[in-house]
Ligand binder design. Structure first.
Ligand code: XIL
Length: 328
């Protein structure tokens, strides 16, 4: 018997005054009709889940591969979708040649500058916002001693933003990280750092709170306070990788139906909280995947089911909660 949808499926982005984004898998966008039709009907902003990361786009020192990115640019041009650049400087998804690169500080700075500016210059005019640096701080607010820190020092962060703004002075430049919605100490250190950069004339426009949360953690109050703190420092707020995982523990004792209702309520609260921001600070909410079948969380938590559509691209209660949060 055909399962009745929990609510009507309408165009989500048409009900929002801010961008509704989604992380996309370019292979599925090319080859799966159900997938790309859902992307078109529900979202007006795309973030490449993988293909703009160095391991895909800069496989060798003097070789860039923009094949997947050009397809994404064409798709977004054709259907008038925003394309957000995720991400330029991160300590994961690096090609082996960068992992093994031998050079002094100046040579590492040149490597990072060449990557940032070549990628931005190729996408200029189509990608107008970038996650310039991703996940650079530990939960205690100290710098991650990652490959960039170890070879360039803590100034690699401001240098990355400087190189990006030199390549495209009109682009919106973001710092993106996880646990900003759960860890006040980390958020305070991050905001202090980037407010300091801005005070010294380095262009930093926004902060991405990744928002990998669960149905019962963190509290909506904590999420809203974090978003308001970012706004208070004059940064655009991007919920950049939203997914709401079903807690494995409760799932076993609560059951799927109850967990889906909790997930619906959580999605509604998150969207209602986001709407408390001033419109000019609302860069958007991006879901980290189209359906539960596409989520990176599933690899770690098979029952997490964290997104708006189920494994068969059907509307879930979470979608209805998101819609209700928008005021519909
Ligand atoms: C993840 C993707 O979803 C996976 O498919 C990939 O294998 C690894 O990266 N924070 C980020 C994202 O900023 O880029 C990560 O995306 C998830 C955590």
């Amino acid at each position: 018997m055909k399962q009745e949808p929990p609510c009507a499926e309408i165009k989500l982005y048409e009900k929002a005054n801010f961008s509704i984004g989604v992380a996309v898998n370019t292979e599925k966008l090319k080859n799966e009709e159900k997938y790309w039709k859902l992307v078109l009907s529900q979202f007006n902003s795309l973030s490449p889940e993988k293909t703009l990361k160095p391991i895909y786009i800069h496989p060798k020192k003097d070789q860039f591969d923009f094949t997947e990115t050009d397809h994404l640019i064409d798709f977004c041009k054709t259907y008038n979708k925003r394309l957000h650049g995720h991400t330029l400087v991160w300590d994961e998804s690096l090609p082996l040649w960068i992992e093994k690169f031998k050079g002094d500080k100046t040579e590492w700075e040149a490597l990072m500058k060449d990557h940032i500016q070549t990628v931005i210059n190729h996408c200029k005019g189509y990608i107008k916002s970038w996650d310039v640096v991703n996940e650079a701080f530990n939960d205690d607010g100290t710098y991650k001693k990652n490959i960039w820190f170890n070879h360039i020092g803590e100034t690699y962060i401001e240098q990355a933003f400087l190189y990006a703004s030199q390549a495209d002075p009109t682009a919106k430049l973001f710092y993106n990280d996880y646990s900003l919605e759960t860890n006040g100490q980390k958020l305070d250190k991050v905001l202090k750092h980037f407010s300091g950069l801005k005070a010294r004339g380095i262009k930093v426009d926004g902060v991405g709170m990744q928002m990998h949360v669960s149905v019962d953690y963190p509290s909506v109050t904590a999420i809203n306070l974090s978003a308001l703190s970012i706004q208070a420092q004059g940064f655009l707020v991007h919920y950049s990788e939203l997914d709401v995982i079903l807690s494995g523990r409760e799932y076993l004792f609560t059951g799927k139906k109850k967990m889906f209702e909790m997930q619906k309520e959580r999605m509604k609260q998150i969207v209602e909280g986001y709407l408390k921001l001033k419109p000019e600070y609302q860069f958007g909410i991006t879901l980290w995947g189209v359906s539960d079948n596409d989520s990176w969380q599933t690899e770690k938590h098979p029952r997490s089911r964290p997104l708006l559509f189920d494994v068969r691209y059907r509307v879930k209660p979470a979608y209805c909660g998101f819609l209700e949060g928008l005021g519909n």
